[in-house]
Design a binder for this molecule. Structure first.
Ligand code: GLP
Length: 240
């Protein structure tokens, strides 16, 4: 695990964007695993700026998003599908037929999960971008006694719903369930880029990267992967 520290979150975002853009420059048909939440917003901003400045194209890149709320149509402004359009896809030349996000509104969620896993098997992820939840979740893989390997439906923890309530008109509007890629799928990525900023994440960064490997902290499983790069700002890294 390679840990890189930066002073400010803007530097973290710039470095993360550069790593992603270098992957695409080296391999225009790269497969990227993408994340949502507030942390990647700065990274996507830098990717959009670069796309506008350089003659870089995302047309042949395939993407898989980690997760999506269950029960929200893609058109809902807080769906992760809307987020991706707003922050990245809507400002670049990503080919919509190559960008994948679980359909949270699927009539048959189990079939949706199986279809997503099938696509992931056909397109192994070269670089997976991850944020970190306050309770150690990655994607929406919540702490528990066991972790699922493949894409599955999860009940969101109260703490997760509260943390995400800021994006909704009321805490009660945050969906109770989500579809997420499993830990097994995440760990199959060739390379993983974990990005964490802010003082409120300092303790969970320490637990995830220096604590025991346990399903009680899903991000701790990243310690078992051979190619993880962690980018931290000063605040997030201060207990490490
Ligand atoms: C969300 C997402 C995760 C994200 C995490 C942290 O609920 N499902 O993929 O990494 O929580 O989000 P933030 O970056 O806003 O702290």
């Amino acid at each position: 695990m390679q840990i890189k520290r930066f002073e400010r979150k803007e530097e973290v975002a710039l470095h993360a964007a550069e790593l992603i853009l270098n992957t695409v420059a080296e391999r225009p048909d790269a497969v990227l695993g993408l994340a949502t939440g507030s942390t990647p917003i700065g990274i996507y901003e830098k990717m959009v700026e670069s796309y506008r400045r350089r003659s870089l194209s995302f047309r042949s890149v395939t993407t898989f998003n980690l997760d999506e709320y269950a029960g929200l149509p893609a058109s809902h402004e807080q769906s992760y599908a809307s987020y991706m359009t707003r922050h990245l896809f809507g400002h670049t030349d990503f080919d919509p037929s190559r960008t994948h996000i679980p359909n949270g509104d699927a009539d048959d969620p189990a079939a949706e999960c199986a279809a997503y896993d099938e696509l992931l098997r056909k397109h192994p992820i070269d670089l997976q971008l991850l944020g970190l939840g306050h309770n150690g979740h990655i994607g929406f893989n919540e702490p528990g006694s066991a972790l699922a390997g493949g894409t599955h439906v999860v009940e969101l923890k109260l703490a997760t719903r509260e943390a995400n309530a800021r994006f909704f008109t009321a805490p009660s509007k945050v969906p109770a369930r989500a579809i997420t890629m499993g830990i097994g799928s995440i760990l199959k990525s060739r390379a993983i880029l974990l990005v964490v900023t802010g003082p409120d994440k300092a303790e969970i960064v320490r637990e995830s990267l220096a604590g025991p490997i346990t399903t009680a902290c899903p991000a701790s499983l990243l310690q078992t992967h051979a190619n993880v790069t962690v980018l931290l700002d000063r605040d997030a890294g201060r207990k490490l």
